[in-house]
Design a protein. Structure first.
Length: 134
């Protein structure tokens, strides 16, 4: 019984960490689009040059990554560039659905996590010929 509890806690923790990761990737993509940045490497300088007022506006709009380390955001932007926006949105939806399933049904956290993994990794390949890292 103890190992089942540990497994459920581990699965919950992985769901939460994965949800945060995909939300941050989506935020990085939105930030780049809003600043008309085509190169993820330019994110770092753009963040450094943000005025406090602009930074606060982004945070109020839900783009909380502007308050974190600029180098970390650049890495997130580089990773986000390997996804299309629709893929990131679908991943966030899959994680939301898994969370809701865990709290509204008797589905175990581990099963919900496995379903998310299948759903996210089974996304169709990008239409531009680029392959997403898996």
């Amino acid at each position: 019984l103890q190992s089942q509890r540990d497994g459920a806690q581990g699965a919950r923790s992985l769901l939460a960490q994965t949800a945060r990761y995909y939300r941050e990737l989506l935020q990085a993509k939105v930030f780049m689009a809003s600043r008309k940045l085509s190169n993820p490497r330019s994110v770092q300088n753009e963040l450094r040059d943000l005025s406090p007022e602009d930074r606060n506006r982004y945070v109020e709009d839900g783009i909380t990554i502007v308050g974190t380390n600029a180098y970390r955001v650049r890495l997130l932007a580089e990773q986000a560039a390997t996804y299309q926006g629709a893929e990131l949105i679908e991943a966030v939806r899959a994680l939301r659905d898994a969370y809701l399933k865990c709290i509204t049904s008797s589905v175990s956290e581990r099963v919900a996590l496995e379903e998310v993994i299948i759903r996210v990794t089974a996304l169709p390949p990008r239409g531009d010929g680029a392959r997403r890292r898996r």
